[in-house]
Design a protein around this ligand. Sequence first.
Ligand code: ZN
Length: 224
Amino acid sequence: MNMNTKNKEKAVVVFSGGQDSTTCLLWALKNYKEVIALSFDYGQRHKKELECAKDITDELNVEWHVLDMSLLNQLAPNSLTRTDIEVDKEAPGDGVPNSVVDGRNMLFLTFAAVFAKQRGITDIITGVSQSDFSGYPDCRDVFIKSLNTTLNLAMDYTFCVETPLMWIDKADTWKMADDLGGLELVREKTLTCYNGIMGEGCGTCPSCKLRKHGYNEFLTRYKQ
Ligand code: ZN
């Protein structure tokens, strides 16, 4: 990957304001001449996610849109959308954590594709990763490839769903943000914590543990 050449035209980034999608947004800005960030309001427990997404896109001067996906909460209530359902303290050894929103990535990517085609854009970027697969079936490469084919058939259009983080772990995601000059931005401005605390987060929820573990591993692997 040539970091200095914007050799591609336009992309839509599925953007939550978290670590992964912010890293993808930075990646997109290095590789595409025009980037649009797309967020989804699905009644997530923490509206702060959308505030973070707004602040980051403002800072990076990226066009940003929010689509209303509140029906997702109606269909599949879960611990990330309902305050009356507690998030699992520990990620289960196997099986699906209760923070899964069934079909979320499929719906988001499908809506992103409709949006992209309207704008004449083929490339859609998502921060899903199979490497730290924690029970989310729609983060797997096989699903993305399958959906890409389905979207092409559904809309008679040639989409390209790009997944820059698919095969790298959290430590290398930090490395990518660092290489793209966005380490501090990702550290300070993103929200991944299930308890809605920006940056370092609460430190105890599964998402914070994963993030912190990855950051420490990044320091060990690349900064010593
Ligand atoms: Zn947390």
